[in-house]
Design a protein around this ligand. Sequence first.
Ligand code: T46
Length: 330
Amino acid sequence: MRRVLITGGAGFVGRHFVRHFLQAGDEVHVVDPIAPATGGVDPALGWPLFDPREYSGFHFYKEDCRQFFRRSTHESFDLVLHLAAMVGGRLMIEHNPLAIADDLSIDAEYWQWAAAARPTKTICFSSSAAYPVSLQRQEGYVLLSEEMINFGDDIGMPDMSYGWAKLTCEYLARLAHERHGLASVCYRPFSGYGADQDDTYPFPSICKRALAGSANEPLVVWGSGRQMRDFIHIDDCVHGVVHTMDAIDDGGAINLSTGRLTSFLDFARVAVGACGYDTEVQGRDDRPVGVFARGGDTTLQEQLGFRATISLEEGIASAIAYYRDRVGDR
Ligand SMILES: Cc1cn([C@H]2C[C@H](O)[C@@H](COP(=O)(O)OP(=O)(O)O[C@H]3O[C@H](C)C(=O)[C@H](O)[C@H]3O)O2)c(=O)[nH]c1=O
């Protein structure tokens, strides 16, 4: 049995890892303030897919992780999943960049705490938003591979304050290894999705709009709808981490991606089809669209023995079945 700390563990990504480690028999300590607009859900209100309170190894601290770090300087953990961050989809990234910059402070305090508490291993959630936006433009976009961020040479311009914070966290992970001998690995998830994701993200909002729509009205996506993302199911993200986390200890990064780019127009068409009707998909230009194409090379993941297996079509079909059931339950 490992002693696992998950910062930000009540959010979308965290809840899936909490389930994984509890089911593996580990003791799981979750710290999360349930801040507005971050997708955090208080366990006391019930989590959508499972109830962590049914496990005796589940411990929840409703507080900012920075406060937890200040009062638990020497608590020892076998594993820390550091997920705590101000997150929340494109609108938040573009409209509230200074609020997101709080991530710089969260990560600084995390690494200062880790230098004293010395967890055996840290799994750090960075982001594909750390990659240079210049490689994601309509003209000349490429599948992004890990070595395209090179701290010894060229790091490029990441995606707004969110990207800067994630990039800085990766840099701190490397310094923590070099200067303090701390073991860690950083992950760069692409567009992670799942049925229980909060509605600020495109996956649930487009699926729910498709379910609420009909053949008589167009389905609306943001921008032209031609912009593309690499959608990876949250179960694949969990498997990807579990399969590869022991391979890197020096703070180096691994993508969590499928290598497949899907436009929002195509995504919406699949969602409509999964709801059993057909309609026109239209863009709207009063919403932020972000980069044109963000897809992740899979070479390193595959070398480490992991390949995502859940197709976007399967993910959409199962999420729509889940939303349908819940509407039926009300
Ligand atoms: C909510 C919504 C979004 N969209 C489109 C508009 C944008 O082109 C795209 C934005 O997706 P997202 O909010 O996931 O933002 P990205 O710029 O892709 O960045 C995301 O992926 C990186 C890796 C992170 O780490 C971020 O946390 C995450 O926000 O979805 C729609 O078309 N319809 C909608 O209802």
